[in-house]
Design a protein around this ligand. Sequence first.
Ligand SMILES: C[S@@+](CC[C@H](N)C(=O)[O-])C[C@H]1O[C@@H](n2cnc3c(N)ncnc32)[C@H](O)[C@@H]1O
Length: 319
Amino acid sequence: MTDQNTGGHVPVLLGRVLELLAPALTGPSPVVVDANLGLGGHAEAILAAHPNVHLIGIDRDPFAIEHSTARLAPYAARTTIVRAVSSELEEVLADSGHPVIDGALFDLGVSSPQLDEADRGFAYSYDAPLDMRMDRDQELTAADVVNTYAPRDLARVLRDFGEERFAARIAERVAKERAIEPITSTKRLADLVREAIPAATRRTGGNPAKRTFQALRIEVNAELAALDAALPASLDALAVGGRVVVLSYHSLEDRLTKQVLAARTRETGPPGLPVPLEAHQPRFRHLTRGAELPDDDELARNPRAASARLRAAERIRQG
Ligand SMILES: C[S@@+](CC[C@H](N)C(=O)[O-])C[C@H]1O[C@@H](n2cnc3c(N)ncnc32)[C@H](O)[C@@H]1O
């Protein structure tokens, strides 16, 4: 596999993803949805391992669509590639003629090219316009959030989506600076964040801009709202025996995934019923105990896997 094919993105926990999905893909014509197609790394491996699988790949980034379409060309007869936001999953499945699926994969967040192409403005390590849109046809950019949100709302974004304890100080500093001149570059924002937090904290815990950049990216792309719609939609679409695998890269995504799967894997009846009713039995069971992490070998090969957390579940009942 050349780097041009992979786009420099190494699929995370690939062996485990394949192992977890495999038992659901033994039928004559299984359907898998990859809700974060990206460069098509996981998708290509699924298609190669399962000659009967039809794969529906979704991504909101036109670059990802173009790249994965070329990469998956050998499998074109059994792939449907759709540029969409994952929250549109139900419609995408209906339009594809496959409303019922056997497998679903979520490999959340950004891809390596999105991070590495400086001008996309995701990274504090490059100086670039404050953009951070996965889909550049969308209007809202990180610069809009930074320059137009009321300080209270900006602080909320930094706190809720970045778990930034100095959110209010950063928002105040940003508001003061933008009154003089709009903040349009990643470097200027990263410098402001560094200046806004206490000197003692600056020396610990990596780049102080990390949490602010994560928060802005989640806000700009409404990432948690998309997951909150897409993951339940994928569970609803799974046939009995169907499986979902979710790879998340920060605690907010993982927490949401854990909550959605926990709600589906527990009994729904009132406590204390002498005989549990069939209608109250869980429709899903966990396939992972807690969240699984990449091992040291994988981290040595792919440092970007470091924050990955994998959870998976299987549909065990209809209804
Ligand atoms: C980590 S990458 C996926 C990499 C892929 N599994 C591979 O092996 O090449 C995540 C991809 O999901 C896309 N993405 C993130 N959130 C999305 C959403 N809500 N809807 C559609 N695509 C989304 C991003 O544009 C990015 O291409």
